[in-house]
Design a protein around this ligand. Structure first.
Ligand code: C6P
Length: 405
């Protein structure tokens, strides 16, 4: 087991105070903090390695290209994709879902075809499908969840049919922590000939993900939630799908040749990467992947599971506290409300104790509608959190509650 207390030393931001108190960062669902390995990799790139990629014949540009493409190979290994042709760099999950909607779905789906999502999706896996519905008349269907925040696979099997063309599901819910059985859901989607996409925004920092084992057609991740920089993410897609899909955006780098009459597109994955990419972001994401691989995803998951159980047991002792999301399989996310206290008031007072939690609808308004709450307070864990952080979280909740009731 890695020394998770020692890991904390690798995060400079955690050494500082907030409102005079040692910082307790529990908003990893929104974005994670960055280890020295990532910070220094990005700094080194801008200090001594900066050049545009795929263009220059001079050494500096060739080395930048090698670093950038090396990062793509690291992500390939992390997801266990077959080929780097299947790893498309994008801005994040939001862009990945929009890419699939506007390139694959807009081309291959027609009016009346069905896209199935779940009731626990983030807005970025809802709105792109609503936009597509406006554009081509698809039908958007929603698999309901129960009051624990779980979807029923039997109900899913009943909902898919010959009209279902895509099932798109969050691997781990940001608002509830629920971990969906994406492998089984993928099998159900495939049983009716539909494609399957998983939103890995929350999952990739916490769980081992193997896209070949899941057999998903598309998988999306955001670098900034897995200890990497903002503005970089990945769309994994099976090679044959990417081959068949038209480009999402046009511009430099995604072409092989251009005349005013026509354009021949570049090979995969560059066909989907128009313009100068986020080079520093890609290289930084590669460093984040190294960071996680060195820890070992199984060990990360086991450690965060301990934190989750410890925190859940403590929170349940607090009178009036209701946990929103009690699925059997959960990652390190706890959403809660306390009596009539507004989550924003609670989180604002907790900030005075140096504790960062999110109070919001978490960009998952339908989840709030299901549980009939406007928002929740959410504590979400990362590898640098420890039992002391949780004790401080609990103490701060107790104090804030006293003041607000
Ligand atoms: N959730 C949260 O605080 P982007 O913004 O593209 O990196 O990720 C979007 C996204 C998609 N799916 C899920 C399940 C997510 O959790 C997120 C981002 C953040 O929960 C910001 S709203």
């Amino acid at each position: 087991m890695p020394d998770f207390d020692q890991i904390r030393q690798q995060f400079p931001i955690l050494q500082q105070t907030e409102n005079g108190q040692p910082l307790v960062y529990l908003d990893n669902g929104a974005t994670s903090q960055k280890p020295l390995k990532v910070i220094e990799t990005i700094e080194r790139y801008y200090r001594v390695q900066n050049a545009n990629v795929h263009r220059g014949v001079y050494g500096l540009s060739e080395r930048a290209t090698e670093l950038y493409e090396g990062a793509r190979e690291k992500v390939r290994g992390f997801l266990n994709a077959k080929s780097t042709k299947e790893i498309v760099f994008v801005r994040g999950v939001t862009e990945a879902v929009n890419l699939v909607a506007q390139s694959w779905a807009r081309t291959f789906l027609k009016a009346g075809d069905e896209v199935l999502i779940t009731e626990m999706e983030h807005h970025s896996n809802i709105v792109p499908w609503q936009l597509l519905r406006e554009q081509i008349g698809i039908r958007l269907r929603v698999l309901p969840m129960n009051d624990k925040g779980e979807v029923c696979l039997g109900a899913m099997a009943d909902m898919v049919n010959e009209h279902t063309k895509l099932v798109s599901v969050t691997h781990m819910s940001n608002a509830l922590g629920t971990i969906n059985d994406v492998k089984r859901m993928c099998e159900i989607a495939h049983s009716v000939g539909a494609k399957f996409m998983a939103d890995g925004a929350q999952a990739t920092a916490h769980l081992k993900v193997d896209v070949q084992d899941i057999d998903c057609d598309f998988y999306a991740l955001s670098g900034h939630k897995m200890y990497g920089p903002t503005g970089i993410g990945v769309l994994y897609a099976k090679e044959e799908l990417l081959e068949a899909m038209p480009p999402y955006q046009g511009g430099g780098d995604m072409i092989y040749s251009v005349t005013f009459d026509s354009t021949e597109f570049n090979v995969l994955p560059y066909k989907f990467e128009a313009g100068t990419p986020n080079i520093a972001g890609g290289i930084g994401l590669g460093a984040a992947v190294d960071f996680l691989q060195e820890l070992g995803m199984d060990k990360v998951a086991a450690y965060e599971d301990e934190l989750l159980h410890y925190a859940t047991n403590q929170l349940k002792q607090i009178e009036g506290l209701r946990i929103i999301g009690e699925a059997e399989r959960k990652g390190g996310v706890i959403s809660f409300i306390i009596d009539d206290i507004h989550p924003h008031d609670m989180a604002t007072l907790m900030d005075q104790d140096g504790i960062c939690v999110r109070a919001s609808h978490h960009c998952a308004m339908p989840v709030m509608q299901h549980f009939k709450v406007p928002s929740t307070v959410r504590a979400s864990f990362g590898v640098y959190n420890n039992f002391d952080d949780i004790d401080r979280l609990i103490a701060s909740i107790e104090e804030s509650k006293e003041m607000l009731l």
